[in-house]
Structure formats: C-alpha cells, structure tokens
Design a protein around this ligand. Structure first.
Ligand code: MN
Length: 708
C-alpha cells in the first residue's frame, strides 16, 4: 500500500469506527485493483487520484459511504467494473453515489452566458439528488485542477473556465470556503497565467512589508479584549488571490490600493461576546461610518454569520474586522459539510442556525431536530430538487420546465411554431413519443413536419399554460380557416361550372346572400360548405340568382373538378382504408360535419357505401404536391435472421420513413404490415423496387382494403 493510502486510512480512523475504516480499506483495495496499470496524465498510477479526492474530503469528516464512493468514483467510467458489482460488493448507497457522479460527468458546460451558467449550476444541484455527490464532485474537480498542467493548453482553459463559472460558485453557495477559494485561484492561474504570476510576486513583497504593522495591530486588539476579560483568538487575514484580482477589476484599483487594507478575524466564545468585542474595537480605533454589517442578525444565504466592521488604523490604513464565534467560523469555512464535521454540536451550535436562510436553513434545522443522517439526507434531497427540470436543446441551451413537462411543452417553450408543427421527439438521441416526460439533463430535439398540426389529445398531458393556450388557439383557428379555404374552393368550382367567377361577385350580392341565409360572414358560409352543412351547388345557384337580378356577367361553363393541394389540413382527410397517394385516381366524398374525405377510385370500402346520403365530388391531385403521405404495404418474407433489418434498410435507402409496423408469423414465413411515408406513386414504386431486391422477400402488395 502506498504512503498516501496509509495516510488516508489514518485520517479516517481519527473520526470513523473501526468497522467503517475496514470498509474503506476494502474499497481502496478494490479501486487499486480495478485501476491497475492505468496511469494519470502526469505519469502517476491512477489510484493516486481517487485517494487524493478522498483526502480532500476527510478534513470535512465525510461519512464512510462518501469516502468509499470517492475512492471508487472513476471505477465504473474507466474500467470494466459494472455498477451492479459495486452495489453487491459495497451496498446500494455507495453504488448510488458513484452512479450520481458518473451522471454528472456526462454533461458538459457549453455556453458562458450568465443565465446559462446559473441554470447549469441549478441543474447540477438538481441532478445530484444527494449533496454528498456534489461534495465528492467538487473534491474530484479540485484535484483535477491541482494537476491540470499535464493537460493540453486548450483543454486546460476549458476546464478552468468551467470551474470558474460553475463549480467555484457551487462551492461558495454550499459554504465550502477553502474549496471555493482554491478552485477560483487555480482557475485564475490557468486562465490568466501572466496576471497570476504578477499578483503572486506582488503579494509576496507586500506580505514582507506588512508583517510589522500587522503584528502591532494584532497585539493591540488582543490586549484590549483581554483587559475586558473577553477570551479571543485574533488572526491576521488575507484575501485569496482571485478575490484581490476581482476587487481590482470591479473598482479599477491598483494592487497597492487593494492591499492598502489590513484584515483581521476575531473569534470569541459566544454571540454576546461578539457584540461586546465590537464595542471595544470601536473604542480602540474609530469605525468608518457605513461599513458596519450585522450578518449575525441577518445571515447570508449560505448560512454565513459574522459582524463586519472597518476601522481607521494607526497609520491611516483601514482595518477590516470580522467578529464571530468559533461555531460561526466552522460554518463559514465548511458550510454544508459542517453537518458531518460537527455532528456532536452543542446547544449554541443549534441556536446559531435559527436565523439562517432558504434551503440551507431548513436543512440545518432538520439536523438540529433529528441529528439523524438519513433524515438529513432525505430532507436535502427534497430541497435540492426544485419544482423544475433542466433540459438541453440540441444547441446546448438549457431550458427550465416545470416538473412533469412533456416533449410538447418543451416544443412550445422553444417556439410556438415548433410546438404547432411537432410530430415526434428525440430524447438523448433516441426517438420518443411526444408525451414523454422530461427529466433533468435530457437532451431534447423536436422533429417537425411542415404540414403537422396540434393534436387535441396533447391537451390531456401538457402541463405548461403556454402549450395549453397555444394548442387551443391553433386548433380553433386551424379548423375554421382550413374549412373556410376549402369551402371557398368548392364554391368557386360550382360557380365556374355555372359560368361565374367567384371574384366577380361584388360585396352587395354577398351581403344579400348573408341576409337570405342568416349567416354572419362569407368565411362562415365557406366553412359550412366544407363541413357538409351546406351544399356548394345550392349556394352557387343562390348567388347566381342574386347576381342575375343584380345584372352580372356570365362566363362559359368550365369543369367542376376540385384540386387537392395536400395543404388543406383538417378540412381534407385522406381515407385510412385505402390511403390514397398522389398519382392514384381519387374521388371525394363530403360527409356532414367532417368535410371532404378523399378515397382511391377502387377503394372497396367506398363501393359498399355507394348510393348513400353522402355527396360525391370529382377531385384531382395538384401537380405540385410536396408532402409525405401514408401508405400501407404488406410483405411476405422467409424467416431468416436479420431480414427485418434488411427490409428497414431498403425502405430507408429509398428515402421513406416507417410510421408503423406489425407482423404475424406462419411457419417459415412472416407477414409484415408496414405503414410508410411516401411522396407519391413514383416514390412508392421506388420503395417496392428496393424491397424486391431482397432475396427473402416473397411477395409485396399494397393494401387498399383496411376497414375504415
Ligand atoms: Mn475523477
């Protein structure tokens, strides 16, 4: 065993039970064995990395499960060990932590807009489910940052930027002060190596010059507090490097100006002593007005508590002072991890947290009520999971959606047009139905089709109000507008057969017609015609009569054939029994309340219904139709391995899509029923030619006799 490994075991023995230490030793050996032969970029054996990660966590006194997970965190990703094996060897909680970590590893931060970074941080927190996953992840990142120089320049920069924008703020938010500062300083070093060097040197010089003054002030403070019987620890304090740099940037200050301040921390025994010490120090040196802040009464969001004040120092230099209790100091340094670190906490520790903020407040309170680790984690799980899920667009943007949102909600949140035209979704690069529920970290792509329309069924599962109202709106206008457009064409065909152009009818005559029929608008008359509520021929004759009395010109009769453009939407339906495609001879039927239904000439279902009350119409295909149509074919194939794959490949090769397939097995043969998308008969012929080339295909027929 390496020295590192032994030190780790010593460190955990200091605060964990022998049984836990033994488990950690087993995890250590397991990981060592699994990573055998692998090297870090630096040339060290790989195991040095997980050990270093675990050792970053021991000062926080993380529990045995977390230390084990830290040791095993790269085993599943980088070796052929499976997560199941971890679960059976080390138990589900450890395997769960490792799985949570590899999930986080799969997502990559891409854009650097502020809002995106914020969403990304939230998503990481939400995905982690267990705060220990985040703690291990931060330790992992910290060690990678410490050993970053072995990487290529470009990769270095990307990782440093991601650390600066994502991980350091998370560490800060969780109150892990020393991890936060080190992450920032290391990122700074790799992003701006020159500035970093200059600052390091300047800081070294400044420290030497200041030593004397710092010592004098420190002694003066110490003395004054002792005179009044306040036991205190007085420490000189320095900003971390990046903190100095940020201040220089934000206030356009020179290094010497930022440095021209002395920082001290005064640690006392209880809250009352904090305020006493404050009073005494304000007596020692004059306070600078407006600089006093009471974070004890009003803690920061990450539970930080302290009194801050700035004084005029003996040589005219300001002195910044933080006054707090030992317990507040522990929280300030280790934040959320103080739960593990100071489990035994006394009453003042409990009282300390009464006024803390937001989720950290509630979770720390739950700790004070139960002190039970499991309950603490349960609480944390809920609090880490807000009511939102975070998903990626294909371009790497992150959208926040309410919990339970579906692909349709996603589509509408991207753009109303995408919602209105969506037909399917790809979630994590796999085809998924539109009703699929979004999960944190999903990468979602919406597939649209130019002629697609919202489906009323969507209303039963969308959760966002935007999707709901847009679907309702689209359904309403779509139906009416499409019907009206078709009705207008139907009427104009009838008028033409009677020798009249629809555009020649003037407004006066239309108004007369509206009065006679009692309908409010022309559009409504058209819609009525399309939906079979009024007959186009009847309206046409009515108009002719009105026009004749008004004295309009007549034109020679032309054909009364209606052209199907394929863009009529819901106003024209293609019969499911025979599934007509462009090139097929077709016939139209107007059904009351349904509008125009197009069948093939030879549709068997049609023959049965002939002579009924439905109104027949001559229809032809427009020459320039350019949209996919569904067609059904039946294939009999010999049972051979891989035949379905061959068939699917041939269909794809002919640039057709499979909408649906089902099959029945009879002895040596299988019958496959496909619904395909094709542009027209020529396209279908091309698909069939491709299928014929497959030797296992015995027979191909197009189906035109499905029951309606
Ligand atoms: Mn790692």
């Amino acid at each position: 065993m390496t020295t590192d490994a032994e030190i780790l075991l010593q460190e955990v023995s200091a605060y964990l039970k022998p049984k836990d230490v033994e488990h950690i030793r087993q995890a250590l050996e397991f990981s060592d064995h699994a990573h055998k032969g692998q090297l870090r970029k630096s040339g060290e054996p790989y195991i040095s990395h997980p050990i270093a990660v675990a050792r970053i966590l021991t000062p926080l006194h993380l529990d045995a499960q977390a230390i084990m997970a830290a040791l095993l965190h790269d085993v599943v990703e980088d070796t052929d060990i499976r997560n199941e094996e971890l679960a059976s060897t080390f138990g589900n909680p450890v395997a769960g932590l490792v799985e949570g970590l590899s999930k986080l590893d799969k997502i990559e931060f891409q854009t650097k807009e502020d809002a995106q970074a914020e969403n990304f941080r939230k998503m990481l927190l939400a995905m982690a489910q267990d705060v220990r996953v985040i703690l291990i992840k931060l330790a992992d990142r910290l060690h990678n940052m410490r050993t970053l120089k072995s990487m290529a320049r470009e990769k270095c920069e990307r990782i440093a930027r991601e650390t600066m924008e994502i991980y350091a703020p998370i560490a800060n938010r969780l109150g892990l002060n020393s991890i936060y500062q080190e992450l920032e300083d290391l990122s700074f070093k790799h992003l701006y190596p020159k500035r970093y060097e200059v600052l390091v040197k300047a800081l070294k010089v400044a420290r030497g010059n200041r030593r004397e003054v710092v010592k004098k002030i420190q002694e003066a403070i110490q003395e004054r507090l002792e005179e009044h019987h306040i036991t205190a620890q007085v420490q000189g304090r320095e900003k971390h490097l990046y903190g100095i740099y940020k201040k220089m940037q934000a206030k356009s200050l020179a290094f010497s100006q930022v440095q021209d301040i002395y920082g001290f921390r005064v640690l006392v025994e209880d809250v009352a002593s904090c305020y006493l010490a404050l009073g005494l120090l304000h007596g020692l040196y004059k306070p600078i007005p407006g600089k006093f802040k009471d974070y004890i009464a009003i803690p920061k969001a990450n539970a930080y508590q302290s009194l801050h004040t700035t004084l005029f120092g003996p040589y005219g230099t300001p002195i910044e002072i933080q006054i707090r209790t030992q317990e507040m100091h522990k929280i300030a340094e280790t934040g959320v991890a103080s739960h593990w670190l100071y489990k035994t906490g006394h009453s003042s520790f409990t009282a300390l947290h009464k006024k803390t903020h937001q989720w950290l407040q509630s979770l720390l309170e739950s700790l004070s009520q139960s002190g039970d680790s499991i309950e603490f984690l349960e609480h944390l799980k809920v609090d880490l999971f807000p009511d939102e899920v975070y998903v990626f667009t294909p371009k790497g943007k992150i959208l926040a959606l309410p919990r339970g949102a579906t692909a349709v909600d996603f589509a509408y949140s991207v753009h109303t047009d995408i919602g209105n035209r969506c037909v399917a979704a790809k979630v994590n690069f796999e085809l998924a139905p539109l009703r699929v529920e979004m999960k944190n970290g999903d990468c979602v792509e919406i597939i649209t089709a130019p002629h697609a329309h919202p489906n009323p069924a969507w209303l039963s599962y969308v959760v966002t109000s935007k999707a709901r109202s847009q679907i309702r709106h689209a359904l309403k206008t779509m139906h009416f507008e499409e019907s009206a457009a078709l009705g207008e064409r139907l009427l104009s065909q009838s008028l033409a057969s009677l020798g009249l152009k629809i555009q020649d009818i003037d407004m006066l005559n239309w108004e007369k017609l509206l009065k006679e029929t009692g309908v409010k608008s022309r559009q409504e008359i058209f819609a009525d015609i399309a939906l079979g509520r009024r007959l186009n021929m009847v309206i046409a004759r009515q108009l002719i009569r009105i026009a004749e009395t008004g004295g309009m010109q007549e034109h020679p009769a032309t054909s009364s054939v209606v052209t199907i453009m394929g863009t009529e939407g819901m106003a024209v339906q293609f019969a499911k029994c025979c599934r007509p495609i462009p090139g097929d001879p077709i016939v139209g039927i107007i059904k009351k309340g349904q509008g125009l239904i197009v069948h093939t000439h030879d549709c068997p279902a049609l023959r049965k219904g002939r002579g009924g009350m439905d109104k027949w119409l001559d229809v032809v295909w427009d020459k320039h139709i350019n949209r996919p149509f569904e067609v059904s074919i039946k294939l009999i194939v010999a049972n051979q391995r891989g035949v379905l794959a061959k068939v699917a490949a041939a269909i794809a090769d002919a640039e057709s899509n499979i909408e649906n397939v089902h099959f029945t097995n009879e002895g040596n043969y299988t019958t496959l029923y496909f619904t395909l998308q094709v542009g027209n008969r020529i396209h279908l012929a091309r698909v069939i030619r491709g299928l014929r080339r497959i030797t296992e295909v015995v027979r191909i027929t197009r189906i035109k006799s499905m029951p309606t």
